[in-house]
Design a protein around this ligand. Structure first.
Ligand code: UDP
Ligand code: MG
Length: 309
């Protein structure tokens, strides 16, 4: 297979052992019905549950599958990025490996990729996930939308179809934080959003706990906005303003009314307030400094252990 396929289907896998066979057979089934040349590129994000061994066996017997193994778990975004880079198709499909995004919907997405469209994103009527996961996602999305404002239409779904040009544009973003869905939304490419089915996870469990989601939101905030820094400025202004009013009041009492207000409690309250603002400011600055630090280090997003084709 020397010629590049027309379509690449990119799937990140992290510990999805019970689903591997079904995933591979359903993907292949859908692919064969497309009547276009294609490849299925699976990125094993450092699974340690036997997923890789299963995937290896499958990709050794069927050359439609290409398998990339990362040295350890680098996270979904890095795995997807690795997949994008390894893919060869002019059109790239991205979907989760847990079959929550039904592969059978791929033709619908491909059909929506008309001449003037570069990116097809998805929504679903009802997200088939645990309550916490759904709420977590909603909050993340709302929050992100608030940061970006109306000019960016945020879509965080991991089921999408895009042209190669989109991936080239992603490469041009030199961010450390490569939150694929956010980057794609931010670019404001000619895109269309279509509604697809969403299934519940039949086996295994979500890799996104509340803690991971919180980390992700924080990454979203510091990676894509300087709102916290601005917040510090506002708090500083507020603090200074309050301080000024208090000084004015104390001076007024002393000079005009001849009253000297003493109060340890007042002092304590004021002190606590300013100490809080200062610590928070240093913390926020530190967050950004940390980002700059990792940007300067410029470590790769992932390390590939081996490629099986
Ligand atoms: N995933 C991954 N690396 C990770 C976590 C997840 O490659 O560190 C993959 C996982 O195998 C799945 C997809 O990313 O295909 C989405 O993960 P999950 O289903 O746990 O997320 P949710 O459906 O809850 O958003
Ligand atoms: Mg899932």
């Amino acid at each position: 297979m020397d010629k590049n396929p027309e379509i690449s289907i990119v799937v990140p896998v992290y510990n999805e052992e019970p689903l591997i066979e079904e995933l591979c057979s359903r993907l292949k089934c859908v692919g064969d019905e497309l009547n276009r040349s294609y490849e299925i590129l699976i990125v094993d994000d450092g699974s340690d549950d036997g997923s890789f061994e299963k995937l290896k066996r499958i990709s050794e017997t069927d050359k439609i599958f290409r398998l990339v193994r990362l040295t350890r778990n680098f996270g979904q975004q890095s795995a997807v990025l690795a997949g994008f880079r390894m893919s060869r198709g002019e059109i790239v499909v991205q979907l989760d490996s847990d079959l929550q995004n039904p592969p059978e919907e791929i033709p619908k997405l491909l059909a929506a990729l008309t001449e003037n469209i570069d990116l097809v994103t998805t929504t679903h009527k009802k997200r088939q996930d645990g309550l916490l996961r759904v709420i977590g996602s909603k909050v993340l999305c709302r929050f992100g939308q608030m940061l970006f404002g109306k000019s960016v239409k945020l879509n965080l779904s991991s089921f999408r179809v895009m042209r190669r040009s989109v991936i080239e544009k992603i490469e041009a973003c030199r961010d450390r934080s490569r939150y694929m869905a956010v980057l794609m939304s931010w670019m404001g490419l000619p895109s269309i959003e279509i509604e697809v089915e969403h299934h519940s996870r039949k086996k295994g469990e979500t890799k996104y706990s509340l803690l991971t989601l919180t980390k992700l939101s924080w990454d979203l905030v510091t990676g894509y906005s300087s709102f916290p820094l601005r917040l510090v400025t506002y708090m500083g202004l507020f603090g200074a303003f309050i301080g000024f009013l208090m000084m004015a009041f104390l001076l007024y009492q002393r000079i005009v009314n001849g009253i000297l207000i003493e109060g340890f409690v007042v002092l304590l309250a004021v002190f606590a307030f300013f100490a809080g603002v200062q610590l928070l400011s240093v913390g926020f600055l530190g967050e950004y400094l940390g980002r700059v630090h990792s940007q300067v280090q410029a470590r790769p997003d992932y390390i590939i252990e081996k490629v099986i084709e």
